[in-house]
Design a protein around this ligand. Structure first.
Ligand code: DP6
Length: 405
């Protein structure tokens, strides 16, 4: 923490990861506290490829709480931001009242300046609210010296954010209590548990902006009978099964469950009235390609999952990455050269056999996929120690060209 005595300025910078669910969260039983109708499970992605960086400063001289997101000042009165701020300040005061001698309480009464950036383009349509709220809550907790259960706070920013507080494989237990105290995220296994697992994000060109997840899931809860069946009957068994196959590192079983869960989530969207469509033609073609590829080999080597948009996230094992990436290049030819098309973890080149190309039997879709981000499971939020990486200057305002590396 940077402390500048004359200004009474304290400052902390942290980073937090994105997560991609393999058992999806869709639907709330309490919209204010963000309590879900089912438990969910996700893989935290590596921050080298996708992360949010947040700097928070507090000072006696600040007049009001302020926030800058990706270089632009935003409205701090947003109810979800306010919930997170109030909740962390409450926990910090509680800590003082319980007599923790290490807690410096003066800062809690000060206003904060928050500056946050993503190292991935917002235009890519990758859900950034999970990493964003996880980073906000984690950084606030570091600044105010709050320890312990933070997932109940991050959850109130965005449901899926609670899972970004841990690395590796993470479950969000839905809980039963009406106050939400037992609706928490927990690590199932760490990021090093299944080192061969790889993640490819296929960034698909979207023609129009889709319905946001908050309003989409609201309509689904109101109108979809299938969603009720999913939450009551399907997901409880699927959570147990998913945890088992992860612990056994059983890729075929993990892949099949992941695809089935994505498909059922999108089926509940179609069962919503009026229906919601998140997948487009390119998404449908990716689904066919994955099934034909697995069929060719007679086993599940690659699995897709889709959130509230057309981008595909592919889970596979390291040994299959070069060939599958070549399959994607072949069927979704792009104008970008090799390095621009595949970003992130390096991918070796591979040749496709004529037999495989014939078996996949698909017309190429030029420019259907913008680019691929190649990544893997990674750790939870981290504190950035180097003060050169603070996004705010000693004046408490965003540094010029504050960007995340
Ligand atoms: C499809 O967490 O973005 O990505 O709680 O309303 O902020 P709010 O929704 P959000 O929903 C994520 C939905 C999903 C599935 C998932 O991540 O589990």
């Amino acid at each position: 923490m940077l402390e500048s005595s004359h200004q009474n300025l304290a400052m902390v910078t942290c980073t937090a990861p994105v997560n991609i669910a393999v058992v999806k969260y869709w639907g709330k039983r309490n919209e204010d506290l963000i309590l879900p109708i089912n438990s969910s499970l996700s893989v935290t992605l590596h921050q080298e490829q996708l992360k949010t960086t947040t700097t928070i400063a507090c000072s006696r001289s600040f007049q009001q709480d302020r926030i800058w997101l990706n270089g632009k000042e935003e409205d701090i009165s947003c109810p979800r931001l306010q919930s997170c701020l109030q909740e962390i300040r409450r926990l910090a005061r509680k800590r003082r009242n319980t007599g923790d001698p290490t807690s410096d309480i003066s800062v809690v009464s000060h206003k904060v300046h928050i500056c946050s950036v993503n190292n991935f383009p917002t235009a890519a349509g990758l859900a950034s609210s999970a990493a964003g709220y996880a980073c906000l809550v984690y950084t606030l907790s570091q600044l105010f010296g709050v320890e312990g259960e933070l997932s109940t706070v991050a959850r109130q920013g965005s449901g899926s954010a609670c899972r970004s507080l841990y690395g590796g494989f993470v479950q969000w237990k839905m809980g039963e209590r009406s106050d939400g105290k037992d609706s928490i995220a927990e690590q199932v296994e760490s990021e090093s548990y299944w080192p061969e697992l790889r993640v490819l994000i296929l960034v698909v060109s979207a023609e129009q902006k889709s319905v946001g997840s908050t309003s989409g899931m609201h309509t689904s809860v109101e109108t979809s009978q299938l969603l009720k069946y999913r939450a009551d009957v399907v997901v409880p068994c699927r959570m147990v099964e998913m945890i088992r196959v992860i612990r056994q590192r059983d890729f075929p079983a993990f892949g099949e469950l992941t695809m089935k869960d994505s498909n059922q989530f999108h089926a509940t969207c179609l069962d919503t009235y009026p229906p919601i469509f998140y997948l487009n033609n390119v998404s449908h073609r990716i689904i066919s390609l994955v099934h034909r590829y697995n069929q060719f080999y007679g086993e599940t080597r690659v699995a897709y999952t889709f959130d509230a948009g057309p981008n595909a996230v592919i889970y596979t094992l390291q040994e299959h990455v070069p060939e599958f990436v070549q399959v994607v290049r072949h069927f979704f030819p792009s104008e970008a050269n090799g390095s621009e098309f595949v970003r992130g973890l390096p991918v070796c080149s591979a040749d496709l056999s004529e037999e495989l190309k014939r078996a996949l039997n698909m017309e190429p879709t030029p420019k259907g996929i913008h680019y691929i981000i190649s990544t893997k499971a990674g750790p939870g939020p981290c504190v950035v120690e180097d003060p050169n990486h603070h996004l705010l200057g000693v004046d408490g305002l965003p540094k010029k060209n504050a960007v995340s590396d």
